[in-house]
Ligand binder design. Sequence first.
Ligand SMILES: [Zn+2]
Ligand SMILES: [Zn+2]
Length: 580
Amino acid sequence: MSTAQTILALLQGCNSLRRLKTIHAQVFVHGLQSNPSISGKLLHFCAVSVSGCLAYARTLFDRIECPQTHDWSSIIRGFAVGASPLEALLYYNDMLGSSFSCPDSYSFSFALKACERVGNERKCGEIHGTVIRSGYETDVLVCTNLMRCYAGNGMVEVAQKVFEGMSERDLVSWNSMISCYSQAGLHHEALGLYRRMSKENVDVDGFTLVGLLSCCIHVGALNLGVELHRRASREGLLGNIYVANALIDLYGKCGDLARALSIFNGMSIRDVFTWNSMITAYGVNGCADEAILFFKQMLREGARPSSITFLGLLSGCSHQGLVDKGVEFFHMMSSKFNLKPEIKHYGCMVDLYGRAGKLEKALEIIGTSPFLVDPVIWRTLLGSCKIHQNARIGEIAIKNLVQLSACNAGDCILLATIYAECNDKQGVARMRRLIKSQGIRTTPGWSWIEIGNQVHRFFVDDQSHPDRDEIYRKLEEVIYRARLAGYVNNKFQVTMPDLKCEGHMESSSKYHSEKLAITFGLVRTPEGTNLRIVKNLRICRDCHSFAKFVSQAFSREIIVRDRVRFHHFRGGVCSCKEYW
Ligand SMILES: [Zn+2]
Ligand SMILES: [Zn+2]
């Protein structure tokens, strides 16, 4: 064996920078520093391996007289995934200027990765141009990275064009397109890809399923989630901890605790995400006692809780009114587990005290928060003020929201309702003026319902659905039958006819999106089927009452997941016991 071969063999087995430096010294001793195989291997180790060192890689690279394509790839890759992706782009530029080598699919791919991380859309288009001129536009790896780069720079339509233009696609390209859509919030488009994959007989792997399941969670597509569950079980992917965790998360967020539990029980390995998903699932569904049992089991099995674990516990305690328990967990975080409560934990505490009617305490905990208190927290407090009809603290919340320039029409209407319930007409008038003077904007509300595997979306007073005539006809009948059961339309209505906003009881609009979605569900599903609605805002009091009486009049279970929590309507009552 020649010395060069010996050194190459040593490099092959090298696993630490110290060892590498010893080998490097040997290279000098034997005068082999300009052997391209050896310098390439040295560079590759320093730039790419986990125990490498980019500064050392840079020195090595600078000493290579005529860097080969793979040397460029190594150095670009090292910086692209390391701390300074911008430097990777500088090396890529140098590579284009060098006369000894041209980029290959690896160097293009890593340059694109760097570009994605730097967030430079112009550069992305420029690399794309070079890719085409170099004849790599059909390369699967390059195209996949192009898609990611475009999508990462907010140009998901261009990413889609690249994807559609590919002459052949591998599973990684499909998975990437799913994740591009999902990151851009285009969950329906991502789920649409799954249908295409099935049609084109493309296999799925764990990544595909996790990506799709996360989209199902966003739009509340439980039926499709169940189909993916079956698929996972057929393909033997239930042992994949990421898939199992995603399924638990889906079932938990859709309020199907029995299925979440059955996945959990079938798992041989569990990680902190598994436990967190279970604790959160039970917590947000108002079963704090079970959440606490899972927490205890988690500790017994030696898993270390994270800050998410405590969010689940705290929200459980707040939904079930376990104030003392909640306070105990809040303190336990730092005293026992060295976890500093974050702004969200403070938000849970405000909710915990607020729901229980301890509004002074809620205000006090806001005062002790080391964070800049965000609008969400003031809004939580305002919500509690509504439940307990406390206008004084409600005013404090509104003042703070105005100061943060975060006050929206819904907030004002919420406080106006409190005034109305306390018969304070001047207060109502003040809120009306505030809305006008501040030019406060409204958030459009929408609701989603899944029928079969298709998700339908409705806006307030929606006219865009192809079956709108049928839906509105049916809605009149539904309202009539709900009235017979006891539904009183807009009981506490504060009329603000100049405002069309949703998600808050006082809007003048008659057809909030959830009413349309519920009606559509009644028309399109067989009798007795549960209806699952996802809504982007809080459900308003009128729609809440509507859903209760519809559940009774039509003997349907209706599950509404709004921005804040779950509502399970059954037989004329809701699981939230009117606290939301
Ligand atoms: Zn409503
Ligand atoms: Zn409810």
